[in-house]
Design a protein around this ligand. Structure first.
Ligand code: NDP
Length: 256
């Protein structure tokens, strides 16, 4: 049986680890050619090696999503390497603790941390999406773009204000681009992961895991593969009438 993404060419940012890596592996399993991108080139190359080992086709291309020129080159690289671009997963992101804003209330966020958060988690998603939309629209074959938002894109979450602001922005960008590009048959959707077991959540879970899980109806963390499954479906033609939507994959967190 053909894979869900057989013959498609995909681009994934933040593919060196966590949710991005697992999605790259699943895309390849389902028949897609994958360009794996990340700031962390060593990690991306490891992801590519894992894909090639399982018989898939992948290439690594380092890119900082805050550099619009580099992002444009990344999309060009995807097309020149594999001939087209059909799906993209804009997933690179950081958490407040990575930029000196951990545990800070809104009024105490250093301005530099605010700028970094917006540059990576919001403008970076726009830059990727913009380049992908231009390329897909010019090619005229349609496409599917999925952006990683968060449960923090739907509600306030204390001590993470600019992360929350950026992720709300991603949800809004997604809806707007979906409306604008529906006539080109380009679908744009977002996913909102809950607490997922990756490097990003390791410290939080070590410090207050019990408290976090008490708010999750499923009473466990999610696995990166559980996000990858949703992204893969959204990328595939099985989701052909789905655009401008946002999917929570959160063990019931938002519902509770
Ligand atoms: P990880 O920290 O495991 O992976 C994030 C990846 O993004 C890293 O490889 C990192 O590279 C890369 N990255 C960071 N900044 C940039 C940049 N400027 N340009 C390119 N790549 C960059 O995180 P997750 O897999 O957990 O998270 C992936 C996405 O999911 C993020 O957008 C996150 O906000 C979102 N999310 C995660 C949740 C969770 O519980 N884990 C919950 C909700 C949303 P490097 O290694 O160099 O830092």
């Amino acid at each position: 049986m053909a894979g869900m993404l057989e013959g498609k060419v995909s681009l994934i940012t933040g593919g060196a680890r966590g949710i991005g890596r697992e999605t790259a592996l699943l895309f390849a399993e389902e028949g897609a050619k994958v360009v794996v991108s990340d700031l962390n080139s060593e990690g991306s190359e490891e992801t590519v090696a894992l894909i090639n080992k399982q018989g898939g086709q992948a290439l690594s291309k380092p890119c900082d999503v805050t550099n619009t020129e580099a992002v444009n080159s990344l999309v060009d690289f995807t097309i020149s390497s594999f001939g087209r671009i059909d799906c993209a997963f804009n997933n690179a992101g950081i958490a407040p603790y990575q930029i000196g804003a951990q545990g800070k209330r809104t009024g105490d966020w250093p301005e530099d941390s605010v700028d970094k958060m917006l540059a990576i988690n919001l403008k970076g998603v726009w830059a990727c999406m913009a380049a992908e939309l231009r390329a897909m629209s010019a090619a005229g074959n349609g496409g599917s773009i999925i952006n990683t938002a968060s449960i923090a894109g739907l509600a306030g979450l204390a001590f993470t204000s600019m992360y929350v602001a950026a992720k709300h922005g991603v949800v809004g960008l997604t809806k707007t681009a979906a409306i604008e590009y529906a006539p080109d048959n380009i679908r744009v959707n977002s996913v909102c992961p809950g607490y997922i077991e990756t490097d990003m959540t390791r410290e939080t879970m070590a410090q207050r895991g019990e408290q976090v899980l008490s708010r999750v109806p499923a009473k466990r963390m999610g696995q990166p593969r559980e996000i990858a499954e949703m992204v893969c479906w959204l990328a595939s033609d099985r989701a052909s009438f789905v655009t401008g939507s946002n999917y929570n994959v959160d063990g019931g967190f938002v519902a509770s």
